[in-house]
Design a protein around this ligand. Structure first.
Ligand code: AMP
Ligand code: GLY
Length: 422
């Protein structure tokens, strides 16, 4: 069977790698990267161009299309594929609003009693400004629409919150995504990522994971797409996980179905655990990147029944199982990321890690240049290792990360610190 993977990050490489373990699966990546190309073929397209994705899926006789990133989901790529009778993994546009609109998601949580930070919605910058001036407590300002992870300002004081309103609403730094904002209470606790896959009715919980969003060690520096992740984080005890399932996942999926927008695909809930209580920071309607790399390396056996069952709206008799007790992923980024960086740097050492046991190197911003692999993006590689413990996974991942070189290579040395120093 032929699977078309839409997207070109390490998340998509990890999904392609896991799917490819079924001997009958052939992979086509669109646009893919050098790692996905090594598993099959790649075709260069704009993943948010729904007509083009459908055309490609037809031309390739794809039996299944897996959409990785949020932008094509929100653009309705899954709707277009399903309208054409093609099985597609991911939510349709209506269900993707959980991620595509912060206002929709906050109001949805309020309707269904899902625990989250208190909030207010504004379409007028002057009203938002007055609210901040009166609030006198730490606030978070969020652009309503997608802003590539940059539309959230966690303000230390009123001045930063006001600057956020200026940037998002007045200067329209994120275009129409900033026409409206959510202003919410700032929560203090430990962040976790919780994923489930749903077929619209039932769901399969995946393991909890923890991302590292800041660029530098000690959670310093600017926010990034994620510099590393590990699974499972110890803050998610069995008791906390049960609360997440009962208070967040169940009511969310039930609520979506009750509102006539059943959720099919991967639901990744960003949570703040505040004194043992989970509160939702945001919904994402896709796998997290780099969280996905840790989940795919831990998963036991074929992922196809999960992905295909979700795409078709029926899991059938699915029994999820975990192979590796722990996984840890270190992102190698281009020097300067998340700011500006140079591309085209030759990557060496990839061959020297291929023989390391329990290590997988997933490609993100890489390209093939003749017989060499070169950098082509901010996040370049996701070096991921499994182990019996987080410590063991971390040692393996860093050994591999140190064997790979390219000019300007930037990485965090402390991925998993919350688990490793506990
Ligand atoms: P979001 O895109 O909504 O997840 O926000 C991006 C990041 O901002 C999150 O991963 C958190 O680190 C932080 N954040 C978002 N909302 C809050 C909040 N209410 N309190 C504290 N931090 C937050
Ligand atoms: N790692 C966070 C995200 O994928 O949004």
């Amino acid at each position: 069977m032929r699977v078309l993977i839409v997207g070109g990050g390490a998340r998509e490489h990890a999904l392609a790698w896991r799917l490819r373990q079924d001997p009958e699966v052939e992979i086509v990546g669109a646009p893919g990267n050098a790692g996905i190309a090594a598993l099959g073929r790649t075709v260069s397209i704009d993943p948010t161009d729904a007509d083009r994705v459908v055309e490609l899926a037809r031309a390739e006789s794809a039996d299944l299309v897996v959409v990785g990133p949020e932008a094509p989901l929100v653009a309705g790529v899954v709707d277009a594929l399903r309208n054409d009778g093609i099985d597609a993994f991911g939510p349709d546009r209506e269900a993707a609003r959980l991620e595509g609109s912060k206002i929709f998601s906050k109001e949805f949580m309020a309707r269904h009693g899902v625990p989250t930070a208190g909030f207010a919605v504004f379409d007028d910058p002057d009203a938002a400004t007055r609210y901040i001036a009166d609030a006198n407590r730490p606030l978070v300002v969020k652009a309503d629409g997608l802003a590539a992870g940059k539309g959230v300002i966690v303000a230390r004081d009123a001045q930063e919150a006001l600057a956020g309103v200026d940037q998002i609403m007045r200067a329209r730094a994120f275009g129409e995504a900033g026409a409206r904002v959510v202003i919410e209470e700032c929560l203090v606790g430990e962040e976790v990522s919780y994923h489930v896959v749903s077929d619209g009715e039932r769901f399969v919980p995946l393991a909890p994971a923890q991302d590292h969003k800041r660029a530098f060690d000690g959670d310093e520096g600017p926010n990034t797409g994620g510099m590393g992740a590990y699974s499972p984080p110890p803050v998610v005890t069995a008791e906390v996980e049960q609360k997440i399932l009962d208070r967040v996942i169940e009511p969310t999926l039930r609520g979506m179905a009750a509102e006539g927008r059943p959720f099919r695909g991967a639901l990744f809930v960003g949570l703040m655990i505040v004194e043992g209580e989970p509160l939702v920071l945001e919904y994402n309607t896709r796998f997290g990147d780099p969280e996905c790399q840790t989940l795919m390396t831990r998963w036991k056996g074929s992922i196809l029944p999960l992905i295909q069952g979700s795409a078709r709206g029926d899991f059938g008799s699915l029994e999820p199982a975990w192979e590796a007790p722990a996984s840890l992923c270190v992102v190698l980024a281009s020097g300067g990321y998340p700011g500006s960086y140079e591309k085209g740097k030759v990557i060496t050492g990839l061959g020297s890690v291929s023989d390391l046991p329990q290590v997988m190197v997933f490609h993100a911003g890489t390209a093939i240049d003749g017989d060499r692999v070169v950098t082509s993006g901010g996040r370049v590689l996701s070096v991921t290792a499994t182990g019996q413990t987080i410590d063991e996974a971390a040692e393996r991942a860093y050994e591999a990360a140190d064997r790979i070189e390219f000019e300007g290579k930037q990485l965090r040395r402390d991925i998993g610190w919350r688990a490793r120093t506990r």
